[in-house]
Design a protein around this ligand. Structure first.
Ligand SMILES: NC(=O)c1ccc[n+]([C@@H]2O[C@H](COP(=O)([O-])OP(=O)(O)OC[C@H]3O[C@@H](n4cnc5c(N)ncnc54)[C@H](O)[C@@H]3O)[C@@H](O)[C@H]2O)c1
Length: 255
C-alpha cells in the first residue's frame, strides 16, 4: 500500500479523473475526502469505496467559493486528523472561443473554478503542511496549459496559470517538505465535453483546434491519469517537485 493512512482531499471526484484518483488512492490505503459540486455523485463514489473496505467521506463544495473550499479542508482534518495530499482536480472547459469571442462572465467562471479554486485550496492546505513538515499537492492542469492549440483562450489561459501556480508553490516551500506538481492530461474520456457542450462549440475556434486534434494518437482512460496521480502522491516521487507530467500518448510530441 503506497498511501497507507495518508489523508487526501480530491476535488471533482464525482466523475472522470477525480473519481479514478479517489478510488486508486483509497485502494492504496489513503483516507479520502471526495469533493464535488455534484454531491449525489461523490456520495455514490464514496459509498462504493466504503463497500470495498476503504475510508471515504463525501463533501459538497463549489471550489470557486472560499467558504466551501475552507470547509472541505476543515472536514478532512476533523474527520481524519490531518491532511497529507491535496488534489486540485475540479475544472471546467470553455467552448474553444478565441479571445475575440470571450464573454466576460464565462471568462470569470473559468478563472474562478480552474485557477482561483486551486489557489484557495492550496492556501488553506499550506499551513497544515508547514506545521507537519510534509504535504503533497497535485494539480490537474492540461496539455492546453502548455500550448495554444488544444482549447479556447480562457481554458488555455487558466491552465497556463495552474502551471505557474504549481511551479511557484513548489519553489516557495521546497525546503519545508512540501511538494507541488501538476499533471497535463491530453484527451481523456470523461464527462467534461458532453454532447450538449459539443453542439455549442465556437465555430472558428473549434475549426482551429481541430488541426491539433487531428494528431491525437489516442484518447486516454481516467485510470491512466490516476496512476500518474498515485506516483506524484507517493514517496516514489520524493525528488519530483515543481514538475508538470504530461500524459497524452504523445499528442504534444506532435503539436
Ligand atoms: N478530459 C480531458 O480530456 C481533460 C484533459 C486535460 C485536462 N482535464 C482536466 O481534468 C480535470 C478533471 O476533468 P474531467 O475531464 O475528469 O471532467 P469531468 O467533467 O468528468 O469531471 C469534473 C468534475 O468536477 C466537478 N466540478 C466542476 N466544477 C466544479 C466546481 N466549481 N466545484 C466542485 N466541483 C466541480 C464536476 O461536477 C465533475 O464531477 C479538469 O481540471 C479538466 O480541466 C481534462
Amino acid at each position: 500500500m503506497r498511501l497507507q493512512d495518508k489523508v487526501a482531499v480530491v476535488t471533482g471526484a464525482a466523475s472522470g479523473m477525480g473519481k479514478s484518483i479517489a478510488e486508486v488512492y483509497a485502494n492504496e490505503g489513503a483516507k479520502v475526502v471526495l469533493v464535488d459540486l455534484n454531491f449525489e455523485g461523490v456520495e455514490e463514489v464514496a459509498r462504493a469505496i466504503q463497500n470495498t473496505g476503504g475510508e471515504a467521506k463525501a463533501v459538497s463544495a463549489n471550489v470557486a467559493k472560499r467558504e466551501d473550499v475552507e470547509n472541505m479542508i476543515d472536514t478532512a482534518v476533523e474527520a481524519y486528523g490531518t491532511l497529507d495530499i491535496l488534489v486540485n482536480n475540479a475544472g471546467i472547459m470553455d467552448l474553444m472561443e478565441p479571445v475575440g469571442d470571450i464573454v466576460d462572465d464565462k471568462w470569470d467562471q473559468i478563472m474562478d473554478v480552474n485557477v482561483k479554486g486551486v489557489m484557495m485550496a492550496t492556501r488553506k492546505a499550506v499551513p497544515i503542511f508547514r506545521e507537519q513538515g510534509q504535504g503533497t499537492i497535485i494539480n490537474t492542469a492540461s496539455t492546453g496549459g502548455l500550448n495554444g492549440a488544444h482549447a479556447g483562450a480562457s481554458y488555455a489561459a487558466s491552465k497556463h496559470a495552474v502551471v505557474g501556480l504549481t511551479k511557484n508553490t513548489a519553489f516557495m516551500y521546497a525546503q519545508e517538505g512540501i511538494r507541488c506538481n501538476a499533471i497535463a492530461p491530453g484527451a481523456v474520456e470523461t464527462n467534461i465535453m458532453n454532447e450538449e457542450a459539443m453542439k455549442n462549440v465556437n465555430q472558428f475556434g473549434g475549426s482551429r483546434t481541430r488541426l491539433a486534434q487531428s494528431v491525437i494518437p489516442r484518447t486516454g482512460k481516467p485510470e491512466e491519469i490516476a496512476k500518474v496521480a498515485l506516483f506524484l502522491a507517493s514517496d516514489d516521487s520524493s525528488f519530483v517537485n515543481g514538475d508538470v507530467i504530461v500524459a497524452d500518448a504523445g499528442w504534444t510530441a506532435a503539436f
